[in-house]
Design a protein around this ligand. Structure first.
Ligand code: KIV
Length: 272
């Protein structure tokens, strides 16, 4: 990528500076086919570990490894020029110690060329976030429904339904902001809590199934495009790409079965 293209990319500090301003637009993307279509229209693209579920057919994000994240991260960085690219640190790559997290994050940054990493977890991850930020790695945090903790949470269900849970999630958001995260994803929490967090923390909150009071929103691209069959209740479908693909493939299959192959002038001519 040319230096000029690189210079146009949004940065983590620019996203951080949008607190309380124009809403931050973001989507996930995972490959070089769709990321360039998303790139000019959003502020940041997350190469989320949701790719394990929506691109690789896994039941959860737990089996996604660092090499897989790096492969997808590289494809997205290579095929885009404007949006900040954030790559998820996968389960098992960062929780054991700040040093482990640094090694994983440094690999992700160096091998993909992304501008930031995201990790899940609240107050208990705050020392790790400070450690990474002090070493030049911009960190997006993620609190509330944290899919890598699906077994501990008892399923993919919304969070913050009683006072104790609300206090805990608010404390998590404050702790990651104090630790130096440049923004925080708030996933699947009750709306008044998302509003309260957005009022109380000094960094942009990026909601997913949370509240329009957040500083921005993220959705999983495959869900909003209609590429996945089952989606969370809060997801609005902005396209029916899955249906369009099935229809196109059905027309193609019908033509091949009817021997309506490409016309003569479009086929390769025999040599000599
Ligand atoms: O992995 C992912 O796509 C995410 C978003 C849902 C925020 O973490």
């Amino acid at each position: 990528m040319s230096a000029q293209k690189q210079a146009k990319r949004r940065t983590a500090p620019q996203i951080q500076a949008r607190k309380g301003g124009e809403p931050i637009v973001s989507l996930t993307a995972y490959n070089a086919a769709l990321a360039p279509l998303v790139d000019p229209l959003v502020d940041f693209i997350l190469v989320g570990d949701s790719l394990g579920m929506v691109e690789h057919g896994m039941d959860s994000t737990l089996a996604v490894g660092l090499d897989l994240m790096i492969a997808h991260g590289r494809a997205v960085v290579r095929s885009t020029a404007e949006a900040l690219i954030v790559v998820d640190l996968p389960f098992g790559a960062y929780e054991a110690s700040p040093e482990d997290a640094f090694r994983s994050a440094a690999r992700v940054m160096a091998e993909t060329g992304c501008g930031a990493v995201k990790l899940e977890g609240g107050a208990h991850m705050a020392p790790t976030i400070s450690f990474l930020v002090a070493r030049g790695i911009p960190v997006m945090a993620h609190v509330g429904l944290t899919p890598q903790a699906v077994n501990a949470l008892g399923g993919f269900r919304s969070q913050g339904h009683d006072e104790a849970a609300r206090e805990k999630i608010l404390g998590d958001a404050v702790a990651v902001a104090d630790a130096g995260a440049f923004s925080v994803v708030i996933e699947g929490v009750v709306e008044p809590l998302a509003e309260e967090i957005t009022r109380k923390v000094g960094i942009p909150t990026i909601g997913i199934g949370a509240s329009s009071a957040c500083d921005g929103q993220i959705l999983v691209l495959n869900d909003m495009l209609g590429l996945t069959e089952r989606v969370p209740k809060f997801v609005k479908r902005y396209g029916e790409i899955g249906k369009a693909v099935s229809e196109a493939v059905a027309v193609y299959a019908g033509e091949v079965r009817a021997r309506q192959f490409p016309a003569q002038e479009h086929t390769y001519k025999a040599r000599g």
